[in-house]
Ligand binder design. Structure first.
Ligand code: IVH
Length: 665
């Protein structure tokens, strides 16, 4: 029997891994639907068991698509997401909730939910001045140059009556036809394929070369106008005005008053969307009147005046031809079903994920079986079950492999984990690349290099482990494809800058199994130097706050590996920080000792993460839900009203960011 705590930890690990695949690598492993189900399960468990709160739980963050390569910019208004439902019943609940709160007649605007990558466009005096990706919702990447290449986005507005300054949001999409052609071309070139048009669109927006972006023929659909002086007091009318200024506003949007009409819209588009040139994954309902929107307000993450209904995934029956095994960044081995190609949700499906050995076992899978596959307008589809009535000649039972398919090392499966993994972390190719990608990522060493760059350097023989990064000079890369003097200089400079990254982040960057950001911080401040950490045994390690046996064992394992020791010596010789700085120790004050905080809402001066850090640095503790133990709620804009009510009831102090900053002055 798994305990609640174990289930919570397992879900957090799984969701973190999926987050990484989705947002960093742009190659998700599961559908949004499955992700949402897991996230919901975790949210529910965390709600029922506040004692297991973790500020770094996947429920505490909005996914981020920030990459290293673009300047970042804080959004004028935070980019929130929508709450999702999959049933008409929940749509009805939403309708009733709104009706009850407003207690007056209201209109709903029904729109298609476009499945691309969201963008915020800022216009001043009728000209496009900035385009920013969603990022973490608070700040995103400035990709204006790339967005200028998208033909359906007006660079100068037509007509008149537009506000002096406003923002318009919408979705950037790659039409199916462009997507199919692009993948065909990539297949011919032997390049990795995009899993779906959404990844292709977001990948394209992040390219360094606007000319290539232009050749990819992206499209846009806009659905949300924001600003101080909007032309109308309702959403629908505002969009019609925006249309007259030259924006591509979908013709499919409708205004309704009854729930019955809303359901008709949903049912119509569930079928008809297959004939659209772009991917859609649901319907969005919005309260039309802006005044009513303001009255309904926001929760911490999403507006109360809108909801997304997601379409159910499509299914198909096809034959299982074989099973292959893939090795991921952390060595996790994922079984993949190779299928007789079948048409599903607009793409030809050839493969499906099988997740792990337990899934194979519970499906009782045999080669040649007829299997049901499902695809949520998404990525690698999933096998739902086997049609055993069609099993005439049973092929071999599918067995999980015993050796790594890349480096042939015997695989390991930890007793409480579902996944098999390859323990050969220093010499198994996908793990080497994955480790480097993790090392350079923003929250680790923040080096200016994405997956493509690492792949390129690896193939050019410049990079075998993370220490090699420090030996690369301008001359090594300037002659490589897509590189020039300026980009080479930037890269080398960002590598040099990473020598200032503090020890706790270096420790995280090493990619020690199970050592996430929080664990790295705890260990760095408990042991102060790498030498002390390297010689610590399990008993000493588990005395650290929040470090359990699993992490402790992994740390000891990591440092008992000679290759890891050599790597650290090399990094030390390069001048990487392997001790907590005097300043960091000095900055650690006791001003907030014993004080427990809950952070809620969106802030103007620093990000939530930065506030969390300040609380920790000053001896305070972050928690997720308000209880009698909470001392302060640090509240920004759009703080959830449930939290507000609870705080009032319990007499917890609510402070704003200025007050907080004074406290730690
Ligand atoms: S409205 C505050 N309308 O879905 C409301 N979003 O989870 C802002 N999306 O990030 C969003 N089609 O990328 C809205 N017609 C539509 C949409 C839409 C797609 C995306 C958008 C957003 C996500 C919400």
């Amino acid at each position: 029997m798994t305990t609640v705590k174990e289930r919570i930890e397992q879900l957090r690990r799984e969701l973190e891994e999926h987050n990484y695949h989705y947002y960093v690598l742009s190659t998700p492993l599961i559908s949004d639907y499955e992700f949402d189900l897991k996230l919901r399960e975790l949210q529910d468990l965390e709600k029922q068991h506040p004692e297991f709160f973790d500020p770094n739980s996947p429920t505490q963050r909005v996914g981020s698509d920030i990459s290293n390569d673009f300047p970042q910019q804080t959004h004028l208004y935070p980019m929130l997401s929508l709450s999702n439902t999959y049933s008409e019943g929940e749509v009805a609940d939403f309708y009733q909730r709104v009706a009850k709160s407003l207690n007056e007649p209201f209109e709903l605007v029904c729109e298609l939910k476009y499945d691309g990558t969201s963008i915020s466009l800022v216009y001043e005096q009728g000209a496009l001045v900035q385009a920013i990706t969603r990022g973490d919702g608070v700040k995103g990447d400035v990709v204006t140059e790339n967005v200028r290449t998208i033909n359906s986005i007006p660079l100068r507005l037509r007509g008149k009556g537009y506000p002096e300054k406003f923002e318009i949001r919408g979705e950037i999409l790659m039409p199916w036809s462009v997507f199919d052609d692009l993948n065909k071309e990539r297949e011919q070139q032997g390049e990795p394929l995009f899993a779906n048009p959404r990844n292709a669109a977001s990948g394209t927006l992040k390219l360094q070369n606007p000319a290539v972006v232009a050749s990819r023929k992206l499209d846009s659909y806009l659905y949300y106008l924001l600003g101080e002086q909007l032309p109308a007091e309702d959403h629908y009318q505002n969009l019609q005005c925006a249309k007259s200024w030259g924006f591509k506003i979908p013709d499919t949007i409708r205004k309704y008053q009854s729930l019955e009409e809303v359901f008709q819209f949903i049912r119509y588009w569930d079928i008809e969307r297959k004939n659209l040139p772009v991917a859609t994954d649901g319907i969005v309902l919005k309260v039309n009147s802006l005044k009513q929107q303001r009255n309904l307000g926001y929760t911490a993450k999403s507006p109360r005046w809108a909801i997304a209904y997601k379409f159910q995934a499509e299914k198909a029956l096809t034959r299982l031809n074989s099973v292959s095994f893939q090795v991921g960044r952390t060595g996790t081995v994922t079984p993949v079903a190779n299928l007789e190609p079948v048409q599903l949700s607009g793409t030809l499906v050839k493969r499906a994920t099988l997740h792990n050995a337990d899934v194979i076992e519970s499906l009782d899978l045999h080669i040649g079986d007829m299997v049901y596959v499902e695809k949520g307008g998404e990525i690698i589809p999933k096998i739902l079950g086997v049609d055993k009535s069609m099993r005439f000649m049973v092929g071999d039972k599918v067995q999980f492999i015993k050796y790594c398919p890349v480096c042939k090392t015997p695989l390991v499966r930890e007793p409480d984990e579902a996944a098999h993994y390859c323990p050969n972390e220093t010499a198994c190719e996908p793990q080497i690349k994955g480790k480097i990608e993790h090392f350079v990522s923003r929250k680790a060493m923040n080096i200016n290099a994405g997956g493509e760059t690492i792949e390129q350097f690896y193939n050019a023989g410049l990079l075998k482990n993370v220490a090699d990064l420090y030996g690369i000079n301008i001359r090594d890369i300037i002659h490589l494809d897509r590189w020039g003097e300026k980009s080479a200089r930037n890269f080398v400079e960002s590598v040099r800058q990473s020598k200032h990254v503090p020890f706790e982040r270096v420790l995280f960057a090493l990619g020690i199994r199970h050592v996430g950001e929080t664990a790295a911080k705890r260990l760095a401040f408990a042991f102060h130097t790498i030498e002390a950490l390297m010689t610590a045994d399990i008993t000493q390690l588990i005395q650290t706050d929040e470090i359990g046996e699993c992490i402790a064992r992994s740390v000891v394992d990591y440092f008992s590996n000679d290759e890891n020791k050599r790597l650290i010596e090399r990094l030390q010789a390069e001048g990487i920080q392997f001790a907590v700085s005097e300043q960091a120790i000095a900055e650690k004050t006791t001003k907030l000792n014993g004080k427990t905080f809950v952070i809620s809402g969106v802030f103007a001066r620093y990000s939530r993460d930065e506030y969390k850090k300040m609380i920790e640095l000053n001896g305070g503790k972050n928690t997720g839900s308000v209880s009698s133990k909470t001392d302060y709620i640090l509240a920004g804009e759009h703080m959830g009203s449930a939290k507000q009510e609870k705080a009032l009831k319990l007499g917890v102090k609510i402070i704003d960011e200025d007050t907080f900053l004074q406290m730690i002055e």
